[in-house]
Design a protein around this ligand. Structure first.
Ligand SMILES: [Zn+2]
Length: 298
């Protein structure tokens, strides 16, 4: 059975004036429901405020939870933080933490949302409100659930917020492989950044991923991998600049899972970027990622 963390609050109505496609999480849930008995469902609790505040500026946490985010930050986020959006923003890091805890016991688990890697200390950005990866990682380390942890971010955009929020914490290493010319224009410094030129396809991508990630895993020796499995390196993605095929995305998941499995390191995955008009097709790519990882790690 595949441990999957999901909460009804992930699936929200689109707030007005949003450029983000909100149907994705509901479609991911429906596609996983269609897998029937293969999936074991877990419902998270909202991340306690003190753990949100251990990562983010307490003033910003209050602005979000009280749905009074200033206009300049709303513009950076890309949608207004309504009460419903605020509830979702607190629930998603709870889900990523729950998936991590399940993965430590079971070897693998997935959160059906999350991967909000652009959220920074005192503001959200790029469709991200709270950085679930950083919040979960810091809680796991501070509660001594893990000694060392590696965040592997394969979204086509750099994991700038995650890198910035975990900098100065030697227990947490960050890896980001992304299109160098893509958002964000100003990159942060991950433990290891692999910036790719536009148009890189399957073979070059997979070879570069293995060559760079494998030694970092050996150097850092994590007890857990938190995986941001953005599907926006796909050739047809509206915001990607890379050219991976669907087979390439599947090979990516098998490669990462294999590197983890050979070292006996459990892996918890979140979704991440995936953009275009066909929400169902994007959800399918996320679900295929979860199923491929589960199969390879099973
Ligand atoms: Zn992205």
């Amino acid at each position: 059975m595949i441990p999957v963390v999901h909460h009804p609050a992930y699936v929200t109505e689109a707030p007005a004036r949003s450029t983000y496609r909100w149907g994705k999480n509901g479609a991911i849930r429906d596609l996983l429901l269609a897998e029937g008995g293969r999936v074991e469902w877990h419902q998270p609790e909202a991340m306690p405020v003190r753990w949100l505040e251990a990562t983010h500026d307490p003033d910003y946490v209050a602005e979000v939870l009280e749905a009074r985010v200033p206009a300049a930050k709303t513009r950076r986020i890309g949608f207004p933080v309504t009460e419903v959006v605020a509830r979702r923003a607190a629930m998603v890091p709870g889900g990523t933490w729950a998936a991590a805890t399940l993965a430590l016991a079971r070897g693998f688990a997935a959160n059906t949302a999350g991967g909000s890697h652009h959220a920074l200390h005192d503001t959200g950005a790029g469709y991200c409100v709270f950085n679930d990866l950083a919040v979960a990682a810091i809680r796991l380390v501070e509660e001594r659930a893990v000694r060392r942890l590696l965040i592997v971010d394969v979204d086509v955009h750099q994991g700038d917020g995650t890198a910035a929020l975990t900098a100065g914490r030697p227990e947490i290493a960050t890896y980001s492989i992304h299109a160098e010319k893509n958002f964000p224009a100003r990159k942060a410094r991950s433990t290891l950044d692999v910036g790719l030129p536009d148009g890189v396809g399957d073979d070059e991508y997979l070879a570069t991923l293995e060559r760079t990630l494998s030694p970092l895993l050996d150097d850092h020796g994590p007890d857990l991998i938190l995986y941001q499995a953005g599907v926006d390196p796909f050739a047809g993605d509206r915001l990607g600049r890379l050219a991976l095929s669907l087979d390439g995305l599947a090979a990516r998941e098998r490669l990462v899972a294999g590197l983890a499995k050979r070292r006996g390191v459990p892996l918890a995955t979140t979704v991440g970027g995936g953009y275009g008009d066909d929400v169902l097709a994007i959800a399918r790519r996320h679900v295929d990622s979860i199923l491929t990882l589960a199969e390879a790690l099973g």
